[in-house]
Design a protein around this ligand. Sequence first.
Ligand code: GSH
Length: 211
Amino acid sequence: MKFYDCQPAPSPRRVRIFIAEKGLLDRIEIVPVDLRGGAHFKPEFERINPFRTLPALELDDGTCISESIACCKYIEAAFPEPPLMGRTPKEQGVIAMWEHRCEWDGFIGGAEMLRNTAPGMKDRGLTGPLAFEQIPALADRGRKRITWFHDFLEKRLAETAYVGGDAYSIADITALISIDFAARQKADIPESHTNLKRWYDQINARPSSKI
Ligand SMILES: N[C@@H](CCC(=O)N[C@@H](CS)C(=O)NCC(=O)O)C(=O)O
């Protein structure tokens, strides 16, 4: 299996951490893709992902799977231990709910900020092959969404050890990469959010967070 990766980008990091937590780093070939240099728009990338985003997996039979959560679902099914998406139906539902919430307000909020302000992202308001103009108001909205994201995680982590419940899961991974993505844009965890900070320090100390 191959994993199409880009070191600084948050979505590939989400799957890279998932792979590391499964102990699969030495069983999967990592193929770096230069997003800044536009390697994902070269004709040969069409086969890997016609939507022109990272991450992507290529299975040994040539099947390609893009979308971070789809890559993680495939890995979870193929390599169930340790479970990162819950064991029981209840755990699976609760973890999926929190994971999606973190992607929706955390990752997307960060993407709205970056893609609607960075000079290097002119006409790259959305990923993919079409040009989308930057809309500065969306960057402001993204910043608000990050405030909301930090606030709801602070409340959640006053009640549970991990975002998805009692155990580390994909919900923690998506929360971590979204928090770091927002922090790169000067939207840090507020000092007052002591539960979120405690959780962050603990998750950030895991070896998988460093790769
Ligand atoms: N929904 C996609 C989002 C992936 C995404 O936004 N990837 C970014 C890197 S974090 C990308 O490939 N950007 C390419 C571009 O900006 O042209 C997923 O979860 O995989």
